[in-house]
Design a protein around this ligand. Sequence first.
Ligand SMILES: *[C@@H]1O[C@H](CO)[C@@H](O)[C@H](O)[C@H]1NC(C)=O
Length: 197
Amino acid sequence: MASHPRSSAFFILQLSLLPTILSLQANAAYYDISPVECGCPDQYEVTMRLYLHQFVAGPNHPNRNEEFVIASSYPNGFGTTLVNDWYLTTTPSPNGKVIARAQGIHVQAGTTDANSWYTSFNIVFQDDRFNGSTLQVMGIILAQNFGEWSIMGGTGEFTMAHGNIKFRVDTRDSTSEDAIRELEIRAVYTSITQLAF
Ligand SMILES: *[C@@H]1O[C@H](CO)[C@@H](O)[C@H](O)[C@H]1NC(C)=O
């Protein structure tokens, strides 16, 4: 036995680790995350940085690209609904080339908070590269200067898209009329090109 000093040392090490291992098991996570091994030849990931221009509604805002469609008499404006046709460019300048439009709605859906907006819209691309393809977006807009939306689907180039959009208000370039949000778009999709109608 004297010829195996390392194995007895190993045994002692194992004993000393036992309480740690048991406590790790007691606190075992209720979830597990692992990478998906996927041999999907037609799957792609796209990332984009775009600037969303919300020309806010209001009588003194002739360039507005959203309109009130449902007014509310409930506390906190609960139920107030606007339709939006915001647009996206590649730089903070509102005069840049329009890459896509964000067409949909936002609804004040907070009973205890005046700024808890539900939004869903289509990002409809109109540039040369992705013309006609869309991303379906859904999420929350709060009073804070940043947030995150889900990408729930897509069409055309972006068929079966899923991903997210992280955004923050560009406080430096925004004006009283144009609320500019910098968007970091990330989506995985399966491009389906064989069907043509
Ligand atoms: C995008 O597609 C529409 C409809 O097919 C077409 O009228 C328009 O010229 C296209 N725009 C670009 C930039 O290719």
